[in-house]
Design a binder for this molecule. Structure first.
Ligand code: GLU
Length: 416
């Protein structure tokens, strides 16, 4: 279990607050607070030194009422079933908020990919997929990248599945390389979504995003693209941290140079364009926008009182504990919740799946135009709901999501 207690319980607390306001039927409440399917597998892999290691992997299909389960695969030493279940539940609510016809799923393998060779990672990926092969498929469950997984790993997922079914199946996984059916714009989509909702939040809260100061925690796929695209619309990225260190520059960091530096060094620690800082300093910075884009449980009651940002845009899944969120909301800080803020990734995954099933591919402008429309619509739905129910944006996002899933659950009725 991750530090700070059960992540699934944190999800349940968020759910319960919204379900109460919504007056959710107790029976539907029970259905929506239990995972539909949890799979645990052992994945033996022959390592480069000749020894056999056995890695534990999970795939959770939390809810498939609206469509196939959808969600990433995470490789991390701290993966637990509790965490993967919470992440799969968050995918369920995220897909519903984004209005894409998917349920929620998530996968995780307990491993440290930073200490594994490319061959070991390929062997692990193929064995993990072989172990869960009956549960996945374009109409069943469609994985994607998440923490420490990328387009190359998705290529191995696609190939392993295709070898098992005997034909090339592109729609079994999203976030693939462009050459083999990936969508243009998918890699940048989560960060692009973060940029769009942050821009909308600034309009609502009442400050100009041009010249607004931003601090970003995490410089992986989400943090780096969010920083780059926010800088692209005129925001000033003054601080960035990652797993190793961080950099501050009051005049604004050169994100293009930082991206180059990170490619070579695998970290931004030591980047010459500013002074070194750590995570705790990043959180307390006097900025307009804070973007936590790393892991869960980063904003807690310990550091939340020092946060001075006007807007917190949750690029990561579950970065804020429920208690810390209450605290931020009471202080008038506008939090754009994860299930809205980072929904750009799964929205473009949906576009990729649609393109794969049609066998017809869109220009990047079309992908980005549709993403822009989707994110703005989701932001508006959640904002309107928060005004109508006089509640915070997270509770409002859950209300939108629960309402959509509950309506279809009721329509479909009870089997047996
Ligand atoms: N891993 C991403 C997320 O947490 C994307 C999932 C997907 O595209 O299926 O939203």
């Amino acid at each position: 279990m991750a530090a700070g207690g059960s992540i699934f319980n944190a999800m349940l607390q968020e759910f319960d607050g919204a379900a109460r306001l919504l007056g959710l039927d107790p029976g539907i409440w029970k259905i929506l607070t239990n995972p539909k399917r949890q799979i645990a597998v052992s994945c033996p892999v022959q390592m480069d030194n000749g020894e056999i290691e056995v890695f534990t992997g999970y795939r959770v299909q939390y809810n498939i009422t609206l469509g196939p389960a959808k969600g990433g695969i995470r490789y991390h030493p701290d993966v637990t079933l509790d965490e993967v279940t919470a992440l799969a539940a968050w995918m369920t609510w995220k897909c519903a908020v984004a209005h894409v016809p998917f349920g929620g799923g998530k996968g995780g393998v307990i491993c440290d990919p930073t200490r594994m060779s490319r061959r070991e990672l390929e062997a692990l990926t193929r064995r993990y997929i072989a172990e869960i092969i009956d549960a996945i498929g374009p109409d069943k469950d469609v994985p994607a990248p998440d923490v420490n997984t990328n387009d190359q790993i998705m290529a191995w997922v696609m190939d392993t599945y295709s070898m098992h079914v005997g034909h090339t199946s592109t729609a079994v996984v999203t976030g693939k390389p462009i050459e083999m059916g990936g969508s243009l714009g998918r890699r940048e989509a989560t960060g692009r979504g973060v940029m769009i909702v942050t821009r909308e939040a600034a309009k609502y809260v009442g400050f100009d995003i041009k010249g607004a100061t931003v601090a970003v925690q995490g410089f992986g796929n989400v943090g780096s693209v969010s920083a780059d695209l926010l800088a692209g619309i005129g925001a000033k990225i003054v601080a960035v941290t990652d797993w190793k260190g961080g950099v501050y520059n009051a005049a604004g960091l050169d994100i293009a140079r930082m991206l180059d530096f990170a490619k070579g060094h695998k970290t931004i620690d030591g980047f010459p364009g500013g002074e070194p800082i750590d995570n705790e300093q990043l959180f307390t910075m006097d900025v307009d926008v804070l973007v936590p884009a790393a892991l869960e449980n980063q904003i807690t009651l310990e550091n939340a009182p020092a946060i001075r940002a006007k807007v917190v845009a949750e690029g990561a899944n579950g970065p804020t504990t429920p208690e810390a969120h209450r605290h931020l909301h009471e202080r008038g800080i506008f939090v754009i919740p994860d299930i809205l803020a980072n929904a750009g990734g799964v929205s473009t995954s949906y576009f990729e799946w649609v393109q794969n099933r049609h066998g017809y591919f869109w220009e990047e402008e079309e992908v980005n135009r549709r993403l822009e429309a989707k994110m703005c619509e989701a932001f508006r739905d959640v904002l309107d709901t928060s005004v109508r129910y006089r509640t915070d944006m997270r509770t409002a996002a859950y209300i939108v999501a629960i309402n959509r899933v509950a309506t279809v659950t009721r329509m479909r009725g009870m089997y047996a």
